[in-house]
Design a binder for this molecule. Sequence first.
Ligand code: BTN
Length: 244
Amino acid sequence: HRVRLEVREEVDSTNAEIIRHRPAPGAPEIPVCIADHQTAGRGRRGREWQSPRGQNLYLSLGLTFHGGFAMLDGLSLVLGVATAEALEVMGSGQVGLKWPNDIFLGNGKVAGILVELQGELEEGVVQVVAGIGLNVHMKQAEGVTQAWDSLSVASPGVDWARNELAASLIDSLVSAADEFADSGFAAFRERWQQRDIFAGKSLVASQGGLAGVGVGIDSSGNYLLETEDGVTAVRAGEISLRVQ
Ligand code: BTN
């Protein structure tokens, strides 16, 4: 796929911008929006995504898939793999993936992914917006409770030029989305598991208290816990996992 790129100095949210300019069904190009600053950047679970000017990358793509809503969980893992691979090619060193789709480097989270449903065009044809927020040069953030880091701090030996980074990232995300649309999740399972930060850790689920040791993902991208009663799958979107 080719992309149609919109670069903005300021926007409320690049995800919202893509949703406002939803492409016509069958449009040949993937709309992509990058902004230098977001006034209402959104994160998962209704949280805000801090989006200071001149420091980071805020990027969204409008994607269409023929596979119904069920494939969206797999998609967010695929985009995590694509982001990790782009960073590693640029010299970040081994990136960690925290199920379902947080990207870890150095002392914490360097990037987050938010996949939002735009709508169903017809039976089984879904349009989504996939947004990535990547901390590139950010050194301070207020009100962020989770451990976080930035590329230029975690991997200081690399020249993290934002234009070059955006180009590599878009390239990697678009090829991964195309590969996922053609061949499904299977080819991404191993690539995801190589970077699994939960593997071998004692974990507990946010609801129901299910506890076990992390043993990777299944062929649909569900997370697998080895519990006292055997291996149990945890579905993305249902519950979150944390290290016990
Ligand atoms: C998360 O909570 O981990 C997901 C964060 C996703 C943030 C990105 S920044 C670009 C795009 N536009 C938004 O408003 N959110 C996503």
